[in-house]
Design a protein around this ligand. Structure first.
Ligand code: RFL
Ligand code: PHB
Length: 389
């Protein structure tokens, strides 16, 4: 098979890129190692920035999001039970949208199915070749049969453990990483959310987050040590620990029930540089990881592929490589700002035993500063709702 662009991975980055290229008349195929059902079964992000909402609308997959998504004007922070509401709408005139990554993925998959765009699911042993030549190749095995796709460009949208970044010679890539000593234990439950907006809570027992997927489905997280095992967390133990970290009135209102999903996600900050090797481009989690505290990972993935699609379309329609040549620098510039914000939110809200009582006093001072300063709140609001560039 020959195509213009081979996209590795059918997560939000790959599917959105596929849609953008399809609409611009660029011939592309997506190669995904899992089944569609498996991809849809992963419970991940819940918050979309305005720019992500606009992008999904622009590519014609915003219909259900408009109906079922829940716009939020702000979030609440809680520090040892003291509450502070950050009202994005007043501070920076923007909102965010509550609409799960699962739903975004489903909408993109449905749109692909409707137009007959090609996605090869359950592709095994995916490998990339001739990345620095004029015609790179993707090989894979499907139902026991080997296949080869030759193309002009490969988009590596295969997440943090994919094959794309791993295919770049070590001498051609630099990586930057911070691994946190804790993760998030997340629970999904069919009960109404405890509050109308998200609550990010700092407590001496650890961080907690009250989030949601709809008016009847809630998503809660607590900070746990990396050595913790999900089997050791019964629902009752989880609810008791969550309540202990929240403001007592909020804890009182919490509606608990049987969890429908429970998992632990490690926290990591990671950036690869540059995001291009020959004719391979990295986008989304393949390029960078942020701890989920700033709700940025999915939004970064969508913005990366918006820039990549523009560059590729420019190459085909205007015979200009300007966009391709500046892709890495443009995306990295934004990436590092978003890394900084995610690191800052993580530093403010989690407990770090190694920083001792001094560290906690500094966190308290940061919270008190936020509470008293509209300028500090604006900075949080500007970053949380998404930087312009
Ligand atoms: P994905 O979603 O990981 O998709 C990559 C796809 O590539 C496939 N793949 C391969 N395909 C072919 N060959 C190979 N060798 C392959 N290796 C892998 C995989 O099967 C998969 O289908 O990456 P993408 O598209 O870059 O999207 C990134 C987002 O998924 C991620 O950043 C977010 O989920 C992060 N995130 C959040 N982001 C937000 O913007 N807001 C949030 O509120 C938010 N909350 C979260 C999160 C991530 C979490 N976890 C579990 C990491 C909450 C959590 C708990
Ligand atoms: C979620 O709902 O899963 C969620 C919301 C906000 C975050 C991270 C995760 O910062």
């Amino acid at each position: 098979m020959r195509v213009q662009v081979a996209i590795i991975g059918a997560g939000p980055a790959g599917l959105t890129l596929g849609r953008l290229l399809e609409r611009a008349g660029v011939d592309a195929v997506i190669i995904e190692r899992r089944s569609a059902e498996y991809v849809l079964g992963r419970i991940r992000a819940g918050v979309l920035e305005q720019s992500s909402v606009d992008l999904l609308e622009a590519i014609g997959v915003g219909g259900r999001m408009r109906q079922e998504g829940i716009p939020h004007d702000g979030v609440e922070l809680s520090f040892d039970g003291d509450m502070l509401r950050i009202v994005f709408q007043d501070l920076v005139g923007r909102k965010v949208m509550i609409y799960g990554q699962t739903e975004v993925t489903r909408d993109l998959m449905d749109a692909r199915a409707a137009t007959g765009a090609r996605t090869i699911y359950e592709a095994e042993n995916v490998s990339l070749h001739d990345l620095d030549g004029a015609s790179p190749k993707v090989r894979y095995v499907k139902d026991g049969v080997s296949h080869e796709i030759s193309c002009d460009f490969i988009a590596g949208c295969d997440g943090s453990h994919g094959i794309s970044r791993a295919s770049i010679p070590e001498s051609a890539i630099q990586t930057f990483e911070r691994i946190y000593r804790f993760g998030w234990l997340g629970v999904l439950v069919d009960k109404p959310p405890v509050a109308d907006e998200l609550i990010y809570a700092h407590h001496e027992r650890g961080f907690a987050l009250c989030s949601m997927r709809s008016h009847t489905r809630s998503r809660y997280y607590i900070q746990v040590g990396t050595e913790e095992k999900v089997e050791e967390w019964s629902d009752d133990r989880f609810w008791d620990e969550l309540r202990a970290r929240l403001n007592p009135d909020v804890a009182e209102r919490l509606q608990t029930g049987k969890s429908i999903e429970k998992s632990i996600a490690p926290l990591r900050s990671f950036v690869a540089e540059p995001l291009r090797f020959g004719r391979l481009f990295l986008a989304g989690d393949a390029a960078h990881i942020v701890p989920p505290t700033g709700a940025k990972g999915l939004n970064m993935a969508l913005q990366d592929v918006r820039v990549l699609a523009e560059a590729l379309v420019e190459h085909y329609t205007e015979r200009s490589n300007a966009g391709i040549d500046t892709y890495s620098a443009r995306v990295l510039n934004r990436t590092w700002k978003t890394e900084r914000f995610s690191w800052w939110m993580t530093s403010l809200l989690h407990t770090f035993p190694e920083t001792g009582p001094f560290g906690r006093r500094i966190q308290r001072a940061e919270f008190d500063y936020l509470a008293a300063s509209r300028i500090a709140q604006q900075s949080l609001a500007e970053n949380y709702t998404g930087l312009e560039t």
